[in-house]
Design a protein around this ligand. Structure first.
Ligand code: UDP
Ligand code: MG
Length: 321
């Protein structure tokens, strides 16, 4: 353990879950870019409870290059939390989260840094294309960005992942946000600061398989929307008002009809339809309230975001390095 407490200029943060087949090539490309930048750097890798040999690979690389530092989480916490852990440990004046699967080309770090040196606090990399992703994934992603864009009070950049450069100021701001629901792109946008973007082509995964499926993506989308919008809660009041008005009109109609033409007994269809319709609406709105309530419960418990099993390359008592 030598010069590790020294602050560096650039921190690259890599969350990794079952990425053993990508790491060698990732470091090769990262290191060649970072050396060419002629600056001090660290690569903070977070092993998010991988089931393969990711941690062994990371530690091996750490021994080869001390600038590669490793945080071994106690289990799989999911990408957003792994990223938060890495950002907590990063010391750089600028922090760049990047995926381990090389979907975000490391060569772009140069452009990010150039913009940062022009004076921007956040430089995000926006995807122009998403190679190797099905039309369904592209379509659902588009739908998601449209929806959240309309509902959220902060503007969340479209087609932008977590690959971006964050100035230390922004990192400190994001670290102050205590929520357990880490919808990172939302948090990064929420803090504000001077932001700009660069455009790139998203590449397909180098090796391995994505852990995302549509069910996870759906839940991720709900996390994002509930964390950044009250629209789903509020909308029920308006739907309620609308339905009440309709029923009032219908009541007047029935009243007049009864007065003028007398009582007609049949009415099974309209009765059952309105019962089912209102019952459905009520269940949906209860469900939405439940979504928010569950999240409130999650936050109120106040559990730590993650636990670290071990670190390599940081000064810490748990270090067995
Ligand atoms: N990842 C993680 N924990 C998880 C799932 C993923 O740290 O539970 C990491 C993964 O290793 C990769 C990044 O998050 O570096 C993006 O994951 P993936 O490529 O599976 O997502 P996609 O690119 O399909 O959105
Ligand atoms: Mg990926």
């Amino acid at each position: 353990m030598s010069n590790n407490t020294q602050k560096v200029e650039l921190s690259i943060v890599v969350p990794a879950y079952n990425e053993e087949s990508n790491l060698d090539y990732l470091f090769e490309r990262l290191e060649s870019v970072l050396t060419s930048l002629n600056t001090t750097y660290e690569i903070v890798c977070v092993n998010d409870g991988s089931k393969d040999k990711t941690i062994e690979y990371l530690v091996k690389h750490h021994h080869r290059n001390q600038a590669i530092k490793v945080i071994d989480l106690s289990r799989n916490f999911g990408k957003e939390i792994a990223l938060s852990a890495g950002i907590d440990y990063a010391t750089g004046s600028a922090v760049i989260p990047i995926d381990a699967d090389l979907q975000d080309p490391p060569e772009l770090i140069k452009d990010l840094v150039a913009k940062w040196q022009e004076g921007y606090d956040v430089v995000y990399a926006t995807r122009r294309t998403r190679l190797g992703e099905s039309w369904l994934k592209r379509f659902t992603a588009y739908g998601f960005y449209q929806t959240i864009g309309k509902m959220s009070r902060v503007e969340i950049p479209q087609n932008t992942g977590d690959f971006r450069l964050l100035d230390r100021r922004v990192v400190e701001a994001v670290k102050q946000m205590p929520e357990r629901n880490r919808f990172m792109k939302g948090l990064f946008a929420w803090v504000g600061f001077k932001q700009t973007s660069i455009i790139y082509d998203r590449e397909p995964r180098y090796k391995g398989k994505t852990t995302w499926n549509y069910w996870k993506l759906w839940n991720f989308a709900i996390d994002g929307i509930t964390a950044f919008s009250f629209v789903p809660l509020k909308i029920w009041s308006y739907i309620g008002i609308f339905i009440s008005l309709l029923s009032l009109l219908f009541a007047v109609f029935l009243f007049v009809q009864t007065v003028m033409f007398g009582i007609k007994v049949p009415g099974y269809a309209s009765t059952i339809i309105s019962i089912l319709f209102l019952g459905g609406i009520q269940l949906i709105s209860l469900g939405v309230i439940g979504e928010y309530l569950g999240r409130v419960y999650e936050e109120v418990k106040g559990r730590p975001l993650y636990f670290v099993r071990n670190v390599y390359g940081f000064d810490s008592e748990s270090n067995i390095d």
